[in-house]
Design a protein around this ligand. Sequence first.
Ligand code: FES
Length: 311
Amino acid sequence: MKKYRVSFEPFGKTIDAPSDKNLFDVARKAGIELNSSCGGEGTCGKCKVIVKEGEFRTDSTTKLSREEIAKGYVLACQTTALSNLSLEVPHESIMRKGQKIATGARARELERLLKNLDKEIKPRTRTIALAFPPPDLEDNISDTDRVKRELSTLGFPPERVFCSLKFLRGLNHILREGNWKITLTTIERGNTLEVIGIEAGDTTGLRYGLAIDIGTTTIVLYLVNLIDGKIIDVASTYNSQARCGDDVITRIVYATERGGLGELNSLVISDINGLLNILTQKRNINPVLIDSIVVSGNTTMTHLFFGIDPR
Ligand code: FES
């Protein structure tokens, strides 16, 4: 496979691009997000770039005017390099990301609604603080049995407690780090109490949850204090899946016919993780203390979030 050097102005970026990759994908690899609402089908005309120098092959120019073609405009998603290329990305083709979306009013409205509901805050998860006597020669049962014994005094018999392998891997270290005081995050599934998290010390007074609204255009993330139900902060971003199509139908086609399900799933997860990082850093909150997440979205958005084929 041949490779060509492709440079992007005004970004001052140059990367090696395989000759079979279209310029839309090459730009993405260079960290440049171009606008798109057709998922690279060549029908929206939003991914225009200007070829300043070099040879290329382009499959469709239907969305370009005669003047634009004369000036060197091409649709990035329809064009591949045949030599080293020097490109200019016009302002209107650059995806606007990370812009502030007005969410303050939504948060306030949500808070008012929650207040009026006058409901008790009841997350599905529950945190339990435990304190143990350290082991000695008389009392040398395993760490897991020690946790189960303590839980049984709170009404959870050992046969009803399930500890995952992930939990067991962290247990001995955290027990000692916390000087035999820990906080378990648990969830009741039927008759079983499943331990899903463990923290050193008593962290029951610090509990956080997320409410995530995945819209086709925007993603909004609310960080909630699970002790008093207050919304601590809100962050939002444009849904990066837009580069694979503006509307749900285009994204379903992108996921199913173009094998892009994994990509769409990663895009929404990375948008959410990005917002989560911003909020936890800003509020100085350990993300481990977030133990409940509620996600809402339309049918297509929820399928893509869970990585389920929306066909
Ligand atoms: S025309 Fe290229 S992404 Fe739509």
